[in-house]
Design a binder for this molecule. Sequence first.
Ligand SMILES: Cc1cc2nc3c(=O)[nH]c(=O)nc-3n(C[C@H](O)[C@H](O)[C@H](O)COP(=O)(O)O)c2cc1C
Length: 210
Amino acid sequence: MSFLEKMNWRYATKVMNGEKVSQEKIDNILEAIRLAPTSSGLQPFEVWVITNDDIKVKIREVSFNQPQITGCSHLLVFAAWDTYTEDRINHIFDLTNEIRGFKNEGWEEYRQMLLARYPQRDAETNFQHTARQTYIAMMAGMAQAAFEKVDCTPMEGFENDRLDEILKLREKGLRSTLLLPLGYRDKENDWLVDLPKVRHPKEELFTVID
Ligand SMILES: Cc1cc2nc3c(=O)[nH]c(=O)nc-3n(C[C@H](O)[C@H](O)[C@H](O)COP(=O)(O)O)c2cc1C
């Protein structure tokens, strides 16, 4: 299947059948998330991988009772940094120098530029920026899931504050942004399974300037 065929195959699965996804497939999906690009490469988020049934039930309770939360095999929770700090910025710049084995003047100037700007901004502005990065990473994971023939549902239909409380995210300087249940579609019970995709026609979506 081509990439576009896979994009057509995938859909926001409403009901999953509880079947387990193999660890190899999960690892590949997580690796795609890890490889996703982020602004300045700061990768300002963490991802929680939940298979624990009790926690899934608790999360479903704060997610408008959406059944994918408990019907999935693995539930991913994307949690963005609550703000940028000097330590958080320095960590990835130091890691870059360590992995690449050299210091680059331009890169160090860029570090100083970020250090002079981001930590001073208000936390909410920073969180809006970190949160956006999680959406890019989620899409990378969704595309890899389609390659693995694993179903998933991108979800922001949950009460963020209550989920943060369940996973104690605020104490770790994190705030939940997205859920991504991974599993297999329940063909008999999912009303959406065979319905055609609806998208704006190209003419409405794209403006071409030659
Ligand atoms: C950021 C985001 C949040 C979403 N939240 C939910 C959700 O909470 N529950 C749900 O069932 N679908 C959710 N969806 C799925 C969308 O409704 C779905 O992707 C869209 O209608 C397009 O359909 P398709 O993904 O099946 O092609 C969400 C999608 C995105 C991208």
